[in-house]
Design a binder for this molecule. Structure first.
Ligand code: DUC
Ligand code: ZN
Ligand code: ZN
Length: 454
């Protein structure tokens, strides 16, 4: 063995127990009550929780978007991930016109591989469904990329697919064992409302919210679920943020359909009121934060198990870029930061008693690992799994500030948020990559995961 984590309280999605963990060659070797470390390095976790590393199944690193490129490249994004206890990052690789699925992932991997500080995978966003791409689904699944994404919005940006294409994709996913994620909002309603607001001179960030309020998202959620049900295809809804959509997910799941919903910490913590703030444009992302009723419904969905995962939609932009939309909300690049905040925020909510620590592990680690095909190597603490481990001090209070974050962005929407408890160490395949506020990893360490869903 190389390392032993001693005296901690191990928390998985299902169990909480005191024990030691030995690590060898990046993998968990043994879990027992008292392991003699011999010459191995000892990490004392007395008074701390020992958790599986989180998986952020939804990021946009170095993504060209909104007239610029999101400010965290693969190095900065995965560095911030490590410092927030995230040991696996799923990024979206956007297909360009005519490009194949594997070709898209390989193009992004050339950029990502030398930069990644933790392990990673790609969901390929399909934007140009040619017959060749449809034929390639099986090859991509067999290659280890069994998850694709489609946007039901962003027509002008060239990312949107229409309902016919969505249905073709869902049908093929059913046949090949792939899982389709959707960004669900209604593009025509957004355009209609935006045009009207601009005509009336209503240009503040508040109108970003009003251009795509609850029902704009709910309609698309219902439509996507309707098509998935009609084809009996599995479906994963990213960044669910509204009550009506939540209800539709619950209904479909109660009927026995394989529908997964992801939400993000920003929807659990902030409401649409943020768009009335002076710095409201910093919170502009799509879908926008919603009202209190929606937030309550998401927390309820967590409790009932109808929210399957938490991820971040991490897509930061600098203040000067957000400022492009000071006088016109349509010019604000859409996206917020969160990769370093997800696990600490959710664990803090558990520490305050809102949900259990096991539930946080389930949402942020075990479920994404299972759903996207990288369990049991990721998402749990068992002999044989990767030693992706977070040591969490439940007594360490922490106030988020741009100065204690590790992203390449000059502000954070989480500024001033008070957290009860904080990660003090992150191990990625047995290597300490974060300790006491300091990043200790290196670019090029992270490996691309090949995945298998079933
Ligand atoms: N929404 C955002 O806010 N940013 C990136 C892409 C998206 O769908
Ligand atoms: Zn999205
Ligand atoms: Zn996204």
């Amino acid at each position: 063995m190389d390392t032993v984590i001693k005296n901690g309280t191990i928390v998985t999605a299902t169990d909480t127990f005191r024990g030691d963990i030995s690590i060898k060659d990046g993998k968990i070797q043994t879990i027992a009550v008292n392991i003699d470390p011999g010459n191995a390095k000892v990490i004392d976790a007395e008074g701390r929780l020992v958790l599986p590393g989180a998986i952020d199944a939804h990021t946009h690193l170095a993504m060209p978007f909104g007239g610029t490129v999101s400010s965290d490249d693969y190095e900065a994004g995965t560095r911030a991930a490590a410092c927030g206890g995230v040991t696996t990052v799923f990024d979206f690789a956007l297909q360009t016109k005519g490009e194949g699925i594997i070709e898209t992932a390989q193009r992004r991997n050339k950029i990502c591989e030398p930069q990644a500080c933790v392990d990673y995978a790609f969901h390929v966003a399909i934007t140009d469904l040619t017959p060749k791409v449809l034929e390639e689904f099986q090859t991509a699944v067999d290659y280890g990329i069994p998850s694709f994404k489609v946007f039901m919005v962003y027509k002008k940006e060239g990312l949107m697919v229409d309902d016919g294409v969505l249905c073709k994709i869902l049908k093929k996913s059913k046949e090949t064992g792939a899982l389709i994620s959707v960004h669900a909002e209604n593009p025509d309603l957004i355009d209609l409302r935006t045009e009207q607001f601009l005509k009336e001179g209503k240009t503040s960030a508040w109108y970003h919210y009003l251009s795509r309020p609850e029902f704009v998202e709910a309609e698309a959620d219902k439509r996507a679920i309707h098509w998935a049900k009609s084809l009996n295809a599995p479906l994963y809804i990213v960044h669910l943020a509204n009550k009506e959509g939540m209800e539709e997910v619950k209904k479909a799941r109660d009927e026995g359909y394989e529908i997964y919903a992801e939400t993000c910490p920003q929807y659990l913590h902030f409401t649409s009121d943020v768009y009335k703030r002076e710095d409201g444009r910093n919170f502009v992302c799509s879908p926008p934060m919603k009202g209190q009723e929606s937030q309550d419904a998401l927390w309820e969905g967590i409790k009932t198990g109808d929210i399957a995962t938490i991820a971040t939609d991490h897509c930061p932009f600098q203040s000067y870029e957000k400022d492009w939309g000071k006088d016109d909300f349509t010019k604000i690049p859409n996206g917020c930061m969160g990769i370093e905040n997800m696990y600490p925020y959710m664990l803090s909510e558990a520490n305050k008693g809102k949900i259990s620590f096991n539930k946080v592990v389930e949402l942020c680690s075990s479920n994404p690992a299972k759903i996207f095909g990288c369990a049991p190597a990721k998402g749990t603490i068992v002999p044989g799994s990767d030693a992706d481990i977070v040591i969490y001090d439940p007594n360490k209070d922490f106030v988020v500030s741009k100065d204690n974050m590790h992203s390449d962005v000059d502000h954070t929407i989480w500024e001033g948020t008070e957290l009860k408890g904080y990660p003090v160490m992150t191990l990625s395949r047995g290597r300490v990559v974060f300790k006491d506020g300091e990043f200790l990893g290196e670019p090029g360490w992270g490996k691309m995961l090949k995945r298998r869903r079933k």
